[in-house]
Design a protein around this ligand. Structure first.
Ligand SMILES: Cc1cc2nc3c(=O)[nH]c(=O)nc-3n(C[C@H](O)[C@H](O)[C@H](O)COP(=O)(O)OP(=O)(O)OC[C@H]3O[C@@H](n4cnc5c(N)ncnc54)[C@H](O)[C@@H]3O)c2cc1C
Length: 384
């Protein structure tokens, strides 16, 4: 079998990349190890304006079910007290705050389109045995018998890329010394489509509104606090009631919390010969700003821009070098910005607390600064 491009991994990033490259008339083969398993993981994503525009461009956005348009985003420091609040509102700041969508709905919309796309073949339940990465291109051997040839291979395997491991490529890590508990809650008082984030000493807690009475929760916990009773499954609803001063009424967990160790990283290299790393396969950030997927979409936008430009021939060995250089810088900066925020907000001393409160209060009064912050988030944390 032959194609222009092999994509390894049919997660949201792999499928989104395939559909965009198909629009550029490339032939693509996607190799996935277990699609059913991958689709079972249902996460809730905050989506930026840049990511929305990308999905509009590839005709996916209007087919994603249950997208929630955020009215506002309220950020609290230490407690739900209006004195320690930084609020961003679509109505007041005249700028879109973002959207909330479930991964199963994004994946289904992508998968439906892939099934009817003549440029894309999706091979599910396949295992890659050998990879030959020469100046001529890529040859891979799957399930011990079939050979596939292409000019490039994009690894979209998520944060545990086995191709990166095979190539002995290294990551540069940030250990947040934290874990995250992810679960959904039902609450009796409506959330009015407002997302919340509260920075506690124990770590940031995010509330993403899925619908009027449901939040998806990401509770980050510093390891030194992780054994506290309040974070046990049977107590966590009371913990949320407590930190929100009962703002959302009765709270009930509607699924079992899933626990992740939080680590940020950047790949030392985004390109090795004709193999390129994209999305979580190349980088990962703290979930506090809900940016992980959005950064991966920025990678794809850069790849597609290069693919559509005529500056070099598709076969030139440096064709995607600019992608590797530029996205490495952008994603490293994004990781550092989020690490800085996480560090500052988790500082545990009176002086730091007073500086943070004063800074938040100054920003709260400045519509101009708030608009700039939202625009930066909507540009997926890129200064370019
Ligand atoms: C707690 C938490 C909360 C988050 N919240 C947000 C948020 O609100 N907003 C946001 O934008 N991001 C968020 N993220 C980040 C987001 O989940 C990731 O950025 C995103 O899932 C990455 O997608 P991906 O397609 O690169 O990787 P994955 O989703 O990991 O997909 C990888 C795919 O590749 C397949 N695969 C892997 N290895 C192979 C192989 N060798 N051969 C074939 N197939 C293979 C897998 O089966 C899978 O289908 C969060 C992350 C965490 C941990």
């Amino acid at each position: 079998m032959k194609a222009d491009v092999i994509i390894v991994g049919a997660g949201i990033i792999g499928m989104s990349l395939a559909l965009s490259l198909s629009k550029s008339n490339k032939k693509i083969i996607i190799i996935e190890k277990n699609l059913l398993n991958s689709l079972k993981i249902n996460r809730v994503y905050s989506i930026s304006e840049k990511t929305k525009s990308f999905y509009k461009e590839i005709n996916i956005w209007d087919n994603i079910d249950e997208v929630n348009n955020l009215e506002s985003m309220n950020i609290y420091y230490r407690n739900f007290n209006p004195k320690n609040l930084l609020s961003f509102s679509e109505k007041i700041n005249k700028v879109k705050i973002g959207y909330i969508a479930q991964s199963k709905n994004i994946s289904n919309s992508l998968l439906e389109k892939i099934k009817t796309d003549k440029n894309i073949s999706l091979l599910d339940n396949y295992k890659i045995n050998d990879i030959e990465n020469t100046s001529e291109g890529i040859k891979i051997n799957i399930n011990d018998c079939e050979c596939i040839e292409a000019r490039y291979l994009f690894s979209c395997e998520g944060s545990k890329s086995s191709i990166k491991r095979k190539l002995l490529e290294k990551n540069i890590y940030d250990d947040y010394n934290s874990k995250a508990l992810v679960f959904n809650i039902k609450h009796s008082i409506e959330n009015n489509n407002i997302a919340y984030q509260i920075f506690l000493k124990t770590g940031p807690v995010a509330f993403l509104p899925i619908s009027k009475n449901y939040f998806s929760m990401v509770v980050s916990i510093k390891n030194k606090y992780s054994e506290k009773k309040i974070f046990k499954e049977e107590n966590i609803a009371d913990f949320i009631k407590d930190i929100t001063n009962n703002k959302f009424g009765n709270i009930k967990l509607i699924n079992k919390p899933i626990s992740f160790n939080l680590k940020g990283f950047d790949s030392e290299n985004y390109k090795v010969g004709n193999i390129l790393f994209v999305g979580d396969s190349a980088h990962s950030v703290h979930p506090l700003a809900g940016m992980g997927l959005n950064l991966g979409i920025s990678d794809i936008i850069e790849i597609v821009n290069i693919t559509n430009s005529n500056s070099l021939s598709f076969n030139n060995k440096n064709f995607y070098s600019k992608y590797a250089r530029k996205q490495k810088i952008i994603n490293k900066q994004a990781r550092r910005q989020l690490k800085f925020i996480e560090k500052i907000y988790s500082m545990d001393n009176k002086l730091a607390e007073s500086i943070i409160k004063n800074t938040m209060s100054a920003i709260q009064k400045s519509g101009f600064v708030k608009k700039k912050i939202i625009e930066h988030a909507n540009n997926n944390l890129s200064f370019f």
